[in-house]
Write a protein that binds this ligand. Structure first.
Ligand SMILES: [Zn+2]
Length: 394
């Protein structure tokens, strides 16, 4: 009994912390800047209004996780060339509009911070549009305008493929010499015009996926704060498209925000080797899944679901995700980090981070590190609202 009495203060503290975490989490406006559910929806035909057993997001689980705002990634691969990419982007936007239409009063599209606040106050789920890959504008300025008109609120200047006006992290890393030879490294004059146009339209410039040269060219060009919608820390996991310390510092100087990607491969430097081994062991099955889905990423996601026990074992701990957030906060301050999970776009996330209903765990972990409620609020969504307002004026 005496022992129990001694334990009581500790038990009460743990309970109070759990209650605090819940209160802080569900009172905050929680924003996730990157999710690929729409791309998958077009392939699998699932209805995101209802609880799903596949994928990381639906409207039911979003509510459970306290998610208020989801920026949906509009994406197609580089193989969708001129004449197809812009059309496909519009088809994905159509599917978001249709999802909103199927949920009247429950879900709305927002274009600025004021609209977000008004919708969240009414308890509505907010969908937003981010276009991932400059190839979808097909080198046409009128297509930038058209996408902005439909609600695009960020344009990721490149995906893994470069455009004629901006080089990607992938190409700058793996095709550096040939880019230099061709005199095309970074942002061209036309690329600078696009950045200016995005600034004028109140569309945030997204530097996730762009190469280092493009990154610095963008910062020298933009008149507004930029974002990295789904990136991690290079010092903790040196993959080509994570941000180096100097890049993070430059981003902070610009007033920008990096939204943390949850993909195991961008968080954990040991993940890639483990994953390669796992994929080799299931090569034949992966090949047949690729034939079913015609999409390598989706095939990998399905393979991980089928062999869940095995794939679970190679997932990094949740603490590593928190470590990336904490690293950014310590390096450039709490005003420059947020959440851009890349849910539905990757095949593996840290332990315990299975879908959008797991976001409260992030708040719990930050509280354990003695983050204040004000700081947690900024990380969960406050920083996004600030950078959006700085771009849209509202
Ligand atoms: Zn991406």
């Amino acid at each position: 009994m005496k022992k129990l009495l001694l334990l009581l203060p500790l038990l009460l503290t743990i309970k109070a912390n759990a209650q605090d975490a819940k209160k802080i989490h569900f009172n905050a406006i929680l924003v996730d800047t990157h999710n690929d559910a729409l791309s998958n929806e077009l392939i699998t035909g699932v209805d995101l209004s209802k609880r799903q057993t596949i994928g990381n997001l639906d409207l039911v689980r979003a509510k459970e996780g306290g998610l208020d705002v989801q920026v949906f990634s509009i994406w197609c691969g580089g193989e969708y060339g001129t004449g197809r990419a812009f059309k496909f982007a519009n088809r994905e936007i159509d599917s978001l509009y249709a999802l909103i239409k199927r949920n009247p009063g429950k879900m709305v599209l927002a274009r600025n911070a004021a609209e977000i606040k008004a919708a969240v106050a009414k308890g509505q789920f907010v969908g937003m549009i981010g276009v991932e890959g400059g190839h979808m504008i097909e080198d046409r300025m009128d297509y930038v305008d058209a996408l902005a008109k439909r609600g695009m609120r960020y344009l990721t200047l490149t995906w893994n493929n470069s455009t004629s006006w901006a080089t990607s992290a992938y190409d700058e890393r793996f095709h550096h010499d040939s880019l230099v030879k061709a005199g095309h490294l970074g942002l061209t004059d036309y690329g600078k015009q696009i950045v200016h146009r995005l600034n004028d339209l109140g569309v945030m410039v997204d530097v996730s996926h762009v190469g280092e040269q493009t990154f610095y060219d963008v910062l020298a060009t933009t008149t507004k704060p930029v974002i990295a919608s789904h990136s991690c820390v290079y010092s903790l996991d040196p993959v080509q498209r994570n941000l180096k310390d100097d890049q993070l510092k430059a981003l902070a100087k610009n007033g920008g925000v990096v939204f943390l990607n949850f993909y195991s491969g961008f968080l954990d430097s040991t993940y890639s080797n483990k994953e390669t081994k796992f994929l080799q062991e299931h090569r034949a099955e992966l090949d047949s899944l690729e034939k079913v889905y015609h999409d390598a990423d989706l095939a990998k996601i399905r393979l991980n679901v089928i062999h869940q026990k095995e794939s679970d074992q190679i997932r990094p701990p949740l603490s590593l995700l928190i470590k990336h957030i904490d690293y950014i906060v310590k390096l450039i301050g709490v005003d420059h980090v947020g959440i851009g999970s890349d849910f539905d776009g990757a095949e593996s996330y840290p332990q315990g981070m299975d879908d959008v209903s797991d976001y409260p765990k992030i708040t719990e972990e930050l509280l354990k590190l003695h983050y204040s409620d004000v700081d947690i609020d900024k990380i969960l969504g406050g920083n996004f609202l600030r950078v959006l307002k700085a771009n849209t004026g509202k």
